[in-house]
Design a protein around this ligand. Structure first.
Ligand code: FEO
Ligand code: CA
Ligand code: CA
Length: 632
């Protein structure tokens, strides 16, 4: 690997950046795969033959659902022949001894035993006995954030919460683990399951990997720099081959009161970003979240956290080897040599895409041993070139500029200051990397870049070809020979989001796209077992349509032909799409319904439509009426 030989080769250089049309031509016609059509403003790439990553697989079965139209109302829409069940709502009990939720009588003790707020990532974990894998398992769900004005009567500002309200809000963050079963056509929560638990910002946790025990991590609570507490700001995540769940800490700066420009970590916090500090009242009530009293506490957050859903006693582990930044998610892939690869996006404008490659190898007979695989390995960051290569630069102490001269004294410093290390290694500044997922059949890596309105037209590059990028795009990475340990891959643009009828959007899709097949702001994604891609959005309101899910094949002549599958209710973002192993159920988190309105005057009362109930974030299960596979 090593430093980029020629800095001018960096695709982020505005001087060498071609316009996006040239880029597409460079990137696609090179293989005779591109035909650009200009018809009524529609520009579309025509992948008439399978692209690189799809060559090894036979085309997946065609998606068989009848596409739904764009729209905007306060229900969840899916194609005819499908059913939507609201399975778990904010406040729903996770234990049999809990009464029904009453939004007028909330307390923290109760919230710690109920489903949390703003569900985001969803993992369905079948039981390891292999029985009824599509009908029983554990759901692991992130609760990314809270919205005080929608949670409490009187619609308080998040900064003015009383301490009891603040405690409810803290308890509504974190993760839920809950057993569910499918019987007689319905999913049911097993309230008597010993697996059910909440992980909150107050659950004991531990740091592991190269930063664990470092003096920079010592706080009043953590005199050893190893003990830690809980998790919050959990956006997306991932599942490991050994059956644990990874939850990603993203916008953790929201929770800290005080001035991040002062104190021993001011430089770290500057690079972590000035945006959004102190948006919650937690620091008013607790020293832990007050920078004046605990200036190093933010370093305990911004990690990938591993949870064993099958073991309620398992202490969550913050895997510092995977770096500290605003983690969107963490997609884990088992490489052909047994090493484990994790792909991660850092979701902020102009931030980076990272890869972790484990030093050890997965052993299917040694689960306990596998639990340390994410503690040792090579973290690297992506540097995209206009010629279609992407180079992974190792973020390794002593390598290139990552030395004491630049303030790095150990690998602990490198992972704690991962963004700064990546800057020095010449990483490519991306348009907000959200979820990164590996196609389980082809090994092709898909990256959702949600948007970046701050990218100037003079600051585009081959891989971020629009400035401003108002609508986002999808990118793929192809490891040579399917080897995810290689230092260089190839990359492709998969689609450029936007409305293809609007010439100014510069959208690029498959030419056969319908008028409902386009979207803005790709965010999460999932693959079904046929390697078909299901994309969720968070930002369609800019076009006056609801956010939703779009699905497409990733191989064959219909590669990238996106079709509208699900529409979320007013103000909501669908997230965490997740299939059961046989694709008979698609779970989807409906996050922040009624966003922007208040408890007292909600814009919707989805999903209860009960005058006593505010809108509630909720997890829905989509099935086919005939019991068949989603997508066919
Ligand atoms: Fe939590 Fe990047 O969305
Ligand atoms: Ca997200
Ligand atoms: Ca988002």
């Amino acid at each position: 690997m090593g430093l980029t030989a020629d800095p001018d080769d960096r695709s982020s250089s505005p001087d060498v950046a071609p316009c996006f049309q040239e880029v597409l031509t460079q990137r696609l016609s090179r293989r005779g795969l591109l035909k650009l059509i200009a018809a009524g403003g529609l520009m579309a790439c025509v992948p008439r033959q399978p692209l690189h990553g799809a060559e090894a697989q036979s085309p997946a079965p065609e998606l068989d659902f009848a596409e739904i139209p764009h729209g905007r109302d306060d229900t969840v829409h899916v194609p005819s022949g499908h059913e939507v069940q609201v399975l778990l709502r904010w406040g729903d009990p996770l234990f049999a001894d809990m009464p029904d939720f009453d939004p007028l009588a909330q307390d923290a003790a109760g919230q710690r035993r109920r489903f949390g707020y703003n569900n985001d990532f969803v993992a369905f974990m079948p039981f390891r006995d292999g029985v009824d894998q599509d009908a029983r398992g554990l759901l692991v769900v992130n609760h990314e954030s809270t919205q005080a004005p929608l949670m409490f009567p009187g619609s308080p500002s998040p900064l003015r919460l009383t301490r009891p309200q603040c405690d409810v809000e803290i308890a509504a963050h974190g993760v839920s683990v809950v057993e569910v079963r499918h019987r007689q056509g319905q999913w049911r929560v097993q309230l008597d399951s010993s697996h059910n638990r909440r992980v909150t910002p107050e659950t004991p946790a531990r740091l592991s990997g190269p930063a664990a025990g470092h003096p920079r991590l010592r706080t009043s609570y953590s005199s050893d720099g190893v003990r830690s507490l809980g998790t919050y700001g959990n956006c997306a995540g991932g599942v490991t081959p050994w059956g644990t769940v990874l939850t990603a800490e993203e916008n953790v700066q929201f929770y800290f009161t005080g001035d991040p420009r002062r104190g021993p970590e001011a430089e770290n916090y500057r690079r972590f970003g000035r945006y959004g500090w102190g948006m919650f009242a937690w620091g008013r009530h607790y020293p832990r979240w007050n920078l004046e009293q605990e200036p190093r506490e933010p370093l305990h957050t911004g990690w990938i956290v591993e949870i064993d859903p099958y073991d309620a006693e398992f202490v969550p582990r913050k895997r510092t080897a995977l770096g500290r930044f605003k983690h969107e998610g963490c997609s884990v892939h088992l490489n052909s040599d047994g090493r484990v690869v994790a792909y991660m996006g850092d979701d902020q404008r102009f931030e980076y895409i990272y890869r972790f490659l484990s030093a050890g190898r997965f052993d299917p007979h040694d689960r306990a041993g596998n639990l340390s695989l994410l503690d040792e390995g090579e973290l690297s960051v992506a540097d995209f070139r206009a010629d279609g290569t992407v180079v992974w630069h190792a973020l390794t102490f002593g390598h290139g500029p990552l030395t004491p001269r630049n303030g790095f004294h150990s690998q602990a410093d490198v992972v704690l200051d991962a963004r700064r290390a990546a800057d020095l290694m010449g990483a490519t500044r991306m348009d907000r990397p959200e979820e990164v997922e590996v196609n389980p059949l082809s090994g092709e890596v898909f990256v959702m870049l949600t948007k970046n309105q701050k990218r100037a037209s003079t600051d585009t590059d081959a891989v971020n070809p629009r400035g401003p990028n108002r609508f986002g795009h999808v990118l793929t990475l192809v490891p040579p020979g399917g080897d995810h340990a290689m230092p260089e891959y190839r990359w492709e643009l998969f689609l450029l989001a936007g409305d293809p009828q609007q010439r100014g959007h510069g959208a690029v899709y498959h030419p056969d796209i319908s008028r409902h097949g386009w979207f803005l702001a790709p965010d999460n994604c999932a693959f079904d077992r046929h390697g078909r891609l299901w994309i969720t959005t968070d930002g369609n309101d800019a076009a006056g349509i609801a956010d939703g899910i779009w699905a497409c094949e990733t191989s064959g002549a219909r590669r990238a032909l996106t079709r509208h599958f699900l529409r979320a209710p007013l103000g909501a973002e669908p997230s965490g799409p997740c299939f059961t192993p046989g694709d008979t159920t698609l779970f989807c988190a409906i996050q922040h319904p009624g966003e922007g309105s208040t408890f007292d005057h909600p814009s919707t009362r989805w999903p209860d439509f009960d005058q006593r109930m505010p809108p509630r974030p909720a997890l829905v299960a989509v099935t086919r009426s005939d019991g068949g596979n989603i997508g066919g």
